[in-house]
Design a binder for this molecule. Structure first.
Ligand code: G6P
Length: 352
């Protein structure tokens, strides 16, 4: 068993460390100097598409939200991201100029699969971003782009999420005829886990096992990353955590701020830096305990983790992603939990 974990304490830890290799695999032959290439789809498949609906659950849903920011901004195609269990029963208006994308690690999530069937029945083109070939979702979808994350054992998804976001980034480039070859490679590079950073996070984690809850805050693509960071922590540490848009804290949640409220602030240097910084200031002024993750040092918060300087927000995204995964894991390990088998959760939810 321990050999299978490759010397790591948990599969989750192994999978976090694997992300660098997995992302290389995910982008192999797809991210090229001449632009994005997908063997699985061609430009014709996207003809006549004016809208995109993304349907998914859990972590895959969070990846979808990142996709919305990227695709709308770069490809100028309207994107709606839907939680599959809601979409399924709300009698949505589905028009045939809409591409229906489902995102799923397992390819077996019941609600996601049902929305896919619903979209097909309505005559929409369907595309699956999935990690398991020959799964129910792959068999049902018109086209599939495989995530190539390898088998993911940890119930809390890490490397699959990384490949989902990366695939959506490539898809956005593809649809926009944009070439970010070097930025994509840079983003892969920063997922290589730095062991001294990991040690720092281990030390930091002792401060974050108490309190009355966490907020993860960020703007733009860092908002879905905040949702995902909070979900990771909830899943394995059983501590209450919420992801929130940084600018929305003042509309309610800031009432919770006191020294026992922990905030993880995802402070991008490239997107809305000053605005996010002033949101952090507001929380500091109300005595919340704040950990900032940024390439730009800010003195005012209790803890600070520095990421590399870059001028691409997606590079920041991937580096922050790894940090939030390690933080959730270290807090949970410190609390004595089995991070691979969190209570009450299943890796794949094939029933409603
Ligand atoms: C379960 C897992 C999550 C996952 C979600 C969606 O809840 O515990 O980690 O994100 O299902 O799964 P899928 O396989 O469709 O991505």
């Amino acid at each position: 068993e321990s050999a299978k974990k490759g010397g790591f304490r948990f599969y989750m830890e192994k999978e976090i460390y694997e992300q660098f290799e997995v992302l290389k695999e995910n982008t192999l032959g797809r991210n090229t100097k001449e632009g994005i290439k997908f063997e699985e789809v061609d430009k014709k498949f996207f003809e006549g598409i004016n809208n995109i609906i993304i349907s998914a659950c859990g972590t895959s849903y969070h990846a979808g939200l990142v996709g919305k920011y990227l695709i709308e901004r770069d490809a100028k195609i309207r994107v709606n991201v839907e939680v599959a269990s809601e979409l399924r029963y709300r009698e949505p208006l589905l028009s045939q100029d809409t591409l229906f994308i489902v995102i799923s690690q397992s390819g077996e999530t019941a609600d996601t699969l049902e929305t896919l069937k619903m979209a097909k029945k309505a005559g929409l083109k369907t595309l699956a971003l999935c990690n398991v070939d020959n799964s129910s979702i792959v068999r049902e979808a018109d086209k599939t782009i495989l995530l190539r994350a390898g088998i993911e054992k940890g119930v809390a998804s890490t490397k699959a999420f990384a490949t989902q976001v990366m695939t959506l980034w490539m898809l956005s480039n593809y649809l926009a005829n944009k070439n970010e070859y070097y930025a994509i490679n840079e983003a892969i590079e920063v997922t290589k886990v730095d062991t001294s950073l990991h040690e720092k996070i281990k030390r930091l984690s002792k401060r974050y096992t108490k309190g009355h809850g966490f907020f993860y805050i960020g703007r733009d693509i860092f908002f879905p990353l905040a949702l995902e960071g909070a979900l990771k922590l909830k899943e394995i540490s059983y501590i209450h955590a919420e992801g929130y848009p940084a600018g929305e804290m003042k509309h309610g949640p800031i009432a919770l701020a006191d020294p026992d409220l922990y905030v993880v602030a995802l402070l991008s240097k490239n997107i809305l830096f000053d605005k996010t910084k002033s949101n952090i200031e507001e929380l500091v002024a109300r005595d919340a305990t704040v950990l900032t993750i940024s390439s730009e040092y800010i003195e005012m918060t209790d803890d600070f983790i520095r990421i590399n300087e870059t001028n691409h927000p997606m590079v920041e995204f991937f580096e922050m992603m790894v940090i939030t995964q390690l933080l959730a894991m270290e807090v949970a390990i410190r609390m004595g939990n089995d991070v691979d088998m969190p209570r009450n959760l299943a890796k794949s939810v094939t029933v409603e």
